[in-house]
Ligand binder design. Structure first.
Ligand SMILES: NC(=O)c1ccc[n+]([C@@H]2O[C@H](COP(=O)([O-])OP(=O)(O)OC[C@H]3O[C@@H](n4cnc5c(N)ncnc54)[C@H](OP(=O)(O)O)[C@@H]3O)[C@@H](O)[C@H]2O)c1
Length: 258
């Protein structure tokens, strides 16, 4: 298997840390996001530290044709993508009917549509080579409805479902699809989603630890990975047995700002 990983949302947070991990193992990279200067800084850092090659592709995944443009760019450069890491994403706070619908539409485009499009474009080559790995960065938000972040939680439920379904479709190949479902992580996600003041992020995990957890799970071909044991227990052994309305109230309480 070749060893080039395309990472979306590589300009900060979990994506940048996943890129660092892959480079440290000698892997080549394609770094994708909107902030060109942050991507170029990371490219220099990784090329200098590890002697690898990193290619920067500036793309706005809110744009409907962005996945096709990214695919065309890697094809034109003759870069084979062996690992696809669909990490880019963002949330947004507030009651659904009071939020700017355009922001939620953009969120659905980034968190779901561009992720699906990129997967479709790169998966075909992986299957024909019978080799490849995909990591989707979803969230524990994907396991329950999220009042005050209704669309964000729904986008992550989509990713949790999508990744598992294609993993099963791929079970007779050497291609794997893993979904990482972190709890709170200390990144730019909080500011980007107007989530400041929510105590959930008071003891957030580091982006580095979450990246390590997801990267290792992807390398092993795990189906679903939750970074914290207590969250995993909650999601798998507590929530499924609680009444739906209780789960909804608990979920809203966790989202409320102090
Ligand atoms: N932080 C948490 O608590 C948490 C918990 C669970 C799951 N997650 C998930 O983890 C993933 C990574 O987020 P993070 O926590 O590392 O936050 P982050 O530091 O804000 O990183 C988000 C990344 O997504 C990119 N991105 C956002 N909108 C984009 C667009 N329109 N086009 C291209 N790239 C875009 C950003 O790059 P540019 O701004 O440069 O475009 C950035 O690199 C997300 O999918 C998020 O939902 C986060």
């Amino acid at each position: 298997m070749g060893n080039t990983a395309l990472v979306t949302g590589a300009s900060s947070g979990i994506g940048a840390e996943i890129a660092r991990l892959h480079a440290a193992k000698g892997g080549y990279l394609v770094l994708v996001a909107r902030r060109e200067s942050a991507l170029n800084e990371l490219k220099s850092e990784l090329e200098n530290a590890y002697g690898i090659k990193a290619t920067v592709i500036v793309a706005d995944l809110e744009q409907p044709n962005s996945a096709e443009n990214i695919f065309s760019a890697t094809e034109a450069a003759g870069i084979q993508i062996d690992i696809l890491i669909n990490n880019a994403g963002f949330g947004g706070y507030g009651k659904f009917h009071e939020r700017d619908l355009a922001k939620d539409q953009a969120m659905m485009q980034v968190n779901m549509v561009s992720l699906v499009n990129l997967t479709h474009l790169y998966l075909q080559g992986m299957v024909s080579r019978n080799s490849g790995k995909i990591l989707h960065v979803a969230s524990t938000a994907g396991f329950l409805p999220g009042p005050l972040q209704a669309v964000y939680f729904a986008t992550k439920a989509f990713v949790v479902s999508f990744s598992q379904a294609i993993s099963q479709e791929l079970s007779d190949t050497n291609v794997t699809s893993t979904v990482l479902c972190p709890g709170a992580v200390a990144t730019g996600f909080v500011a980007a989603g107007n989530l400041e003041g929510n105590s959930m992020w008071d003891n957030a995990a580091s982006a580095k630890s979450v990246a390590e957890c997801g990267y290792n799970a992807m390398m092993k071909g795990d189906l679903v990975k939750i970074n914290e044991r207590s969250l995993s227990f909650m999601v798998n052994w507590v929530m499924p047995f609680l009444p739906r309305k209780t789960v909804l109230k608990m979920s809203q309480k966790t989202m409320e700002k102090s």
